[in-house]
Design a protein around this ligand. Structure first.
Ligand code: BTN
Length: 271
């Protein structure tokens, strides 16, 4: 190794190509942040900020997952938050609970475009798997902008791309996977992000139009069908075998009392 040359960055992004894509009206690229979702939530209150706005960090010091979970944010992962105004895309309020599934499908589209052998799996409501290992997570949040702006939505996405799980904490290493480990080479971050932004746009437009192809896509990629699960939704606990993810985004679970539809909750596999 040439000692004068710095190690290549595991992940770099070309802001000019993101700007030239025409997909975004505001872009912030940060070397390090606590959390891109936290920043997007703060920025959402600024009525002059144009959306879609993208907040990317090459490293996060306090990346968040759903509930109380942390998100392991090593460099080499793609970590960003997209701030949107759903009505501009035509998504009515009653379809908002399906955004996380539409995003998960868009991540599957993107990784499936990398190599024909790869098929993404959707773990309701917001995770993307490769085989039995977690590749990506989605954290959707609704910032309260006190009526100063039209309703806005933060879509936070973390994907293990060029980071090796070998350096991850044991609890992440045992369940996670990264794209470079599966494909066997490092990926171009800008290409991946641009492809994902395109896929997100297409899938969110499908959601706005109630296009049945979207529900078909999450139904056929669902990794939970036939699995025994327990879902905790507030004080409600649902236990049973997963039937499918329905067209309205509900997870349909066969319980002793019959089929039950779940729209939210913390899910654990019961086997
Ligand atoms: C999950 O798996 O529970 C969701 C993980 C979401 C992680 C991403 S990384 C970019 C954005 N900023 C955060 O703090 N979280 C999301």
């Amino acid at each position: 190794m040439d000692e004068d040359k710095p190690d290549p960055m595991p992940f770099s992004l070309e802001i000019e190509r993101l700007e030239a894509s025409g997909l975004l009206r505001h872009i912030e690229l940060h070397e390090m942040l606590p959390s891109t979702n936290d920043l997007a939530i703060v920025r959402a209150a600024d009525a002059t900020l144009k959306t879609p706005a993208l907040f990317v960090a090459l490293e996060q010091t306090a990346g968040r997952g759903r509930g109380d979970n942390a998100w392991w944010s090593s460099d080499g992962a793609l970590m960003f938050s997209l701030l949107l105004e759903p009505h501009r895309v035509g998504i009515p309020a009653d379809r908002l609970p399906c955004v996380s599934l539409a995003v998960a499908v868009a991540i599957c589209d993107t990784i499936e475009g990398l190599t024909p052998e790869m098929t993404g799996g959707v773990k309701w409501p917001n995770d993307v798997y490769l085989g039995d290992r977690k590749l990506a997570g989605v954290l959707i949040e609704c910032p309260n902008t006190s009526g100063q702006t039209p309703p806005r939505l933060v879509i936070g996405i973390g994907i293990n791309v060029n980071n090796s799980l070998a350096t991850a904490p044991a609890e992440v290493r045992s369940v996670g996977v990264s794209l470079c480990e599966v494909i066997g080479r490092e990926l171009d971050g800008t290409d991946l992000l641009l492809n994902l932004l395109q896929a997100l746009r297409s899938r969110l437009v499908q959601l706005a139009r109630d296009d049945p192809q979207l529900a078909e896509a999450w139904r056929e990629r669902s990794i939970l069908s036939g699995r025994h699960v327990e879902i905790l939704d507030g004080s409600r606990k649902i236990t049973g075998e997963v039937v499918e993810i329905a067209e309205d985004g509900a997870l349909v679970v066969q319980t002793p009392d019959g089929p039950t539809r779940c729209y939210a909750g913390i899910l654990t596999l019961a086997e």
